[in-house]
Write a protein of this length. Structure first.
Length: 262
């Protein structure tokens, strides 16, 4: 099978590169060389442990710099596939002309895009209720909340396995992405006009974390570049959900239509 090119997969908050295990196998069988690095301090050894204090120092700029270093090690400019918070990072990296195309799966919206649903607003309020200094501390995972709002479509056994693999997250990164209106540094800003590559934006119809309406708003900021598609019956976690094969095939069909790598 001909080599199609490089794909760098960017995971979301409270997880690691392991979320892409099934997707990587699917893509590899179609000729893509895939890479799914962990964000800093998101490795599997962090699961079930007390948060590393160093995690509190990390923000979106640190995550982005780590992924820029991963891209620099690749033999060619990759396609980026970002899920949730990784979808926000993918947009920022694409705006720096570091990829040939990008797929955004249930992406977190960049700075300036207003919440579309009460669930999004309540998520931000939940974080504020944890204390006003959220941006100064690491956050332990909350498996019950993850199962209720993100992993709600997973089979029970997979819910338990995925929840057990959750890792702590940087409160600063969560603050910068979900409460951007309080972030004077605008760490989640994307220069929309600088992002020139093709984009595919996918969202589950039943997603409570990054609802389809918000993902559609993200796509609207890239006129002529982004294609948006709502996936019926899918939630936020996506991987391992009953209809994941449909999602994978939509991505594969879109990737197949990309211009050949130069």
């Amino acid at each position: 099978m001909a080599h199609r090119g490089e794909i760098l997969l960017l995971h979301g908050a409270f997880v690691g590169g392991w979320v892409f295990e099934r997707f990587r196998s699917f893509l590899s069988h179609r000729g893509w060389r895939t890479h799914a690095p962990d964000l800093p301090l998101h490795g599997p050894e962090q699961a079930g442990q007390q948060p590393d204090p160093e995690l509190a120092r990390l923000g979106l700029a640190d995550y982005r710099a780590a992924m820029e270093a991963e891209i620099a090690r690749l033999p060619a400019k990759p396609v980026l596939i970002g899920h949730s918070l990784g979808g926000l990072l993918a947009q920022q990296l694409a705006a720096r002309d570091l990829c040939r195309a990008a797929i955004l799966l249930a992406p977190v919206a960049p700075w300036g895009i207003m919440p579309r649903t009460l669930e999004e607003v309540s998520s931000a309020l939940h974080l504020l209720w944890q204390g006003g200094s959220i941006w100064q501390k690491p956050l332990p995972p909350e498996p019950g909340i993850a199962v209720q709002f993100s992993m709600d479509k997973l089979p029970p056994a997979l819910q338990r396995d995925s929840a057990a693999r959750l890792v702590p997250e940087s409160g600063r990164a969560i603050f910068e992405s979900l409460m951007w209106w309080l972030d004077w540094h605008a760490a989640s800003r994307v220069s929309f006009h600088r992002l020139r590559c093709p984009l595919l934006v996918l969202a589950g119809s039943d997603d409570k974390v990054t609802p389809a309406a918000s993902c559609r708003a993200v796509a609207s900021h890239y006129p002529g570049r982004a294609v948006f598609r709502e996936m019926p019956g899918m939630s936020h976690f996506l991987f391992g959900e009953p209809r994941q094969e449909e999602l994978f095939q939509v991505c594969a069909d879109w990737l197949a239509d990309l211009p050949a790598e130069h």
